[in-house]
Design a protein around this ligand. Structure first.
Ligand code: APR
Length: 237
C-alpha cells in the first residue's frame, strides 16, 4: 500500500477550464443532478443524459493539464510505490500529464473517454467522440446499448474498494479541490499521521482542524508546498 494518498476533486481541474460541481456557477447549478446523474437517469432521460456526457467528453479534447496535475504526476513517477493518485474526476488530465489510466491513477467515479456495455460490461475508449459515433451506441461485442463509463448517484462504485484499501494504513493524506460532500475526507484525515487540505475556501462539511496543513488557494499555487511537504515526510520515514 502507498504511504501517501492524494485525493483530488473537481477543484484540481478548475484552472484547466473544467467546471466544478457545487461552486457558484458549477455544473449542478446548470443541470439537475437528479436528471442526468442518477441511477435511473438512463431509464428516464436517456437522450438528455447521453447528450450531457457527450458534451463533457467533447470539451476535454482541447483541455490541458495544469501545474497541479503535472507536479503530482511527476511525484508519482519519482515515488511510484509510495504515492496513490486517487481522483473523483472523470477527466483525463492526469493521463495527459503522463500517468497511466490503469496503473497509475484510480478514478473513483469513472472515466469520460470510456463507454461501457450495459449488458456484457465491455469497456471501449472512444476518445472525445459522441457515444452515437461508436457503433451507433451499441456494443460491438454483444449488441446491447452502451453508456458512459461513469458512476451515477445511487450506483455501485467498484473503485471505492481500492480507495478503502489505500486509506487503511496511509501515513500521509492530501486532499485537493474537493468539497468533501461525496467522500468523507474528515475521517481519513483523522486517521492519517499527516494531512493537507487544499481548496479555494472552507467547505461546510470539512473540519479543517483535523488537517495539519490548510491551504486555501488555487491548486496551482498550493502544489509546490504540497509536493515539498510530501517528499520531506516520505524521506523521514
Ligand atoms: N484549486 C483548489 N481548489 C479549488 C479550485 C482551485 N483552483 N477551484 C475550486 N476548488 C475547490 C472548491 O473550493 C470546492 O471545495 O474545489 C471544490 C469543488 O467541490 P465540488 O464542486 O463539490 O467537487 P467534488 O468535491 O469533486 O465533487 C465530488 O460529486 O457530483 C459529484 O461525481 C461528482 O466527483 C464529483 C463528486
Amino acid at each position: 500500500m502507498a504511504k501517501a494518498v492524494i485525493l483530488s476533486g473537481a477543484g484540481i481541474s478548475a484552472e484547466s477550464g473544467i467546471k466544478t460541481f457545487r461552486d457558484s456557477g458549477g455544473l449542478w447549478d446548470e443541470y439537475d443532478v437528479e436528471v442526468v446523474c442518477n441511477y435511473d437517469s438512463l431509464d428516464k432521460n436517456e437522450s438528455l443524459t447521453l447528450e450531457f456526457y457527450d458534451k463533457r467528453r467533447a470539451e476535454l479534447a482541447d483541455i490541458k493539464p495544469n501545474k497541479a496535475h503535472i507536479e503530482i504526476a511527476k511525484l508519482k513517477k519519482d515515488y511510484p510505490n509510495d504515492i496513490a493518485v486517487i481522483t473523483q474526476n472523470v477527466d483525463d488530465l492526469f493521463e495527459k500529464a503522463g500517468l497511466d489510466r490503469e496503473k497509475e491513477v484510480i478514478h473513483l467515479h469513472g472515466f469520460l473517454p470510456e463507454i461501457i456495455c450495459r449488458e456484457c460490461e465491455a469497456i471501449f475508449n472512444i476518445g472525445y467522440k459522441s457515444i452515437y459515433d461508436f457503433h451507433n451506441g451499441f456494443c460491438p461485442k454483444c449488441g446491447a446499448k452502451t453508456r458512459p463509463n461513469i458512476v451515477f448517484f445511487g450506483e455501485m462504485a467498484p473503485m471505492y474498494e481500492k480507495l478503502n484499501k489505500e486509506i487503511q494504513d496511509c501515513e500521509i493524506f492530501v486532499t485537493i479541490g474537493t468539497s468533501g460532500n461525496v467522500i468523507g475526507v474528515n475521517t481519513i484525515a483523522a486517521f492519517s499521521d499527516y494531512s493537507i487540505l487544499n481548496n479555494l475556501e472552507p467547505s461546510p462539511v470539512i473540519d479543517e482542524k483535523l488537517f495539519d496543513e490548510v491551504l486555501y488557494r488555487p491548486a496551482t499555487e498550493a502544489v509546490d508546498i504540497i509536493v515539498s511537504n510530501i517528499k520531506q515526510k516520505l524521506n523521514s520515514f
